[in-house]
Write a protein of this length. Sequence first.
Lengths: 119, 112
Amino acid sequence: QVQLVQSGAEVKKPGASVKVSCKASGYTFGGHYIHWVRQAPGQGLEWMGWINPNSGDTNYAQKFQGRVTMTRDTSISTAYMELSRLRFDDTAVYYCARETRGGYYLDYWGQGTPVTVSS
Amino acid sequence: QSVLTQPPSVSGAPGQRVTISCTGSSSNIGAGYDVHWYQQLPGTAPKLLIYANTNRPSGVPDRFSGSKSGTSASLAITGLQAEDEADYYCQSFDSSLSGYVVFGGGTKLTVL
């Protein structure tokens, strides 16, 4: 069965960087884009971008360009999202999600990684 | 401010029918892009509920249905049950600078 398993909770200081991992299993990793979506406390879902695990191509939401980097390691079927120059308002749960091929929707989600930015 | 507009909350008694609207624009829903819906139970990750406007993934009860017309879409839930209490999000594709994937702000469904 398809599973996306994310790394554990993080606490970071303002100005630092955080790198969250998302390990995929149960399907061909290179066959589906991986998206990253975040959710601040009590707020809605916010799309951050995607990575094509096959080519490494990325597409970032304009809001995060210059601060976010999405990478992957195909040898271990894992995608990564690194967010730099963290601010207090980056405190959120970060989700990875698999895009169904050609459908522009997200059919499987990771369990979420809480990231807290605190001094 | 979300690109897609949803009501912040809706409510209904057990057994009733409720609908949740999702309004977009000419760069997303109105451009013909599909609308998808997700259910987020408290403390859990979102789960795909409806894809491509009207389709239910395997395992989703037929009490849930979706529709789309013009620049809007709707999610209908019939025979409300206590376990339906959750947040619901619509999502589409957007061809403007807003982003590739856009979400609605979410609707909190309360089962009275």
